[in-house]
Design a binder for this molecule. Structure first.
Ligand code: NAD
Length: 261
């Protein structure tokens, strides 16, 4: 399904991004990797770049080929570096990259955003999410944080709430929709990657362990990568604006508690 396709994958130096890039290559795709850190094993085509600033995003885009088939937005921060950097990388930088890459995506191409079960609260916090996602472009994130009095511990869940909301909006945004570019999300639960240790520090062991206990184990990068690549492929051509939970059933279990069924 991916043979001969060119896929841009961010966050390729580690975890889910690394496995997504590897699997895409095994499936016959040409992969261009992006990360702020060099991948340990090297990568066929790699752009070292920083998604946390407008100039960083512009420098990445300037190095891209004119034609791409899909963009997998996997890079992310855990929140341990504070709300400003977390919102910048996980939402505003991701969105800026997607909007800048859109004209290079072929008609019928795809964007896949790796969100998280941590974004579950987007409905409960809808007004905040609408307001922060409605700020156009790549804003001065420190000013946005100050204006909305956002706290460091809010950074990670908020970034994923914004990403889930924007995924649905983007699916109907002319920039993408007019050229048949699909925009979807994949939401993992806890996954055994280097970021998980940071989540334990930010969210607490109890929350992470409770999530793992609900579904029997933590996920692995190999559990998530196929879901990302399916949404990148033409096999998902009628799937748009959706959020695919790749979490062993965690969201279903939380829904049962929250909605009482
Ligand atoms: N591991 C989990 O438990 C889990 C759960 C839900 C969602 N996620 C999401 O999955 C995605 C991938 O996480 P992971 O588990 O592979 O973590 P990871 O820490 O292993 O990988 C994240 C990658 O993003 C890169 N990155 C960070 N800041 C960057 C920047 N400014 N510019 C470019 N690259 C940058 C890092 O260098 C790293 O290689 C993230 O968006 C994360 O929020 C992870």
């Amino acid at each position: 399904m991916l043979f001969g396709k060119t896929i841009l994958v961010t966050g390729v130096a580690s975890g889910i991004g690394a496995r997504t890039a590897e699997l895409a290559g095994q499936m016959g795709a040409d992969v261009i990797g992006v990360d702020v850190r060099e991948p340990a094993g090297g990568s066929a085509a790699f752009i070292k770049g920083d998604l946390s600033t407008p100039s960083g995003v512009a420098e990445i885009v300037a190095q891209l080929p004119v034609r791409l088939d899909a963009l997998a937005n996997v890079a992310g921060l855990s929140g341990s570096t504070g709300v400003v950097s977390t919102l910048a990388v996980n939402f505003y930088g991701l969105r800026a990259l997607s909007e800048a890459v859109a004209p290079r995506l072929r008609e019928g191409g795809a964007i896949v955003n790796v969100a998280s079960i941590a974004g579950y609260g987007w409905r409960a916090n809808l007004e905040r999410a609408k307001s922060l996602a409605s700020i156009d472009g790549f804003p001065d994130v420190a000013a946005v944080v100050a204006e909305h009095d956002l706290k460091d511990e809010q950074g990670y869940p908020l970034s994923k709430e914004l990403l889930l909301l924007w995924t649905m909006r983007a699916a109907h945004q002319p920039l993408f929709k007019n050229r048949g570019i699909r925009v979807n999300a994949v939401s993992p639960g806890p996954v055994e990657t280097p970021i998980l240790k940071q989540f334990r520090a930010v969210l607490g062991d109890a929350r992470v362990d409770s999530d793992i206990t609900r579904v029997g184990r933590a996920g692995t990068s190999a559990d998530i990568a196929p879901a990302v690549l399916f949404l990148c492929s033409d096999g998902a051509r009628w799937i748009n604006g959706t959020n695919l939970a790749a979490d062993g059933g965690l969201e279903a279990s939380i829904n049962a508690d929250v909605l009482g069924f």
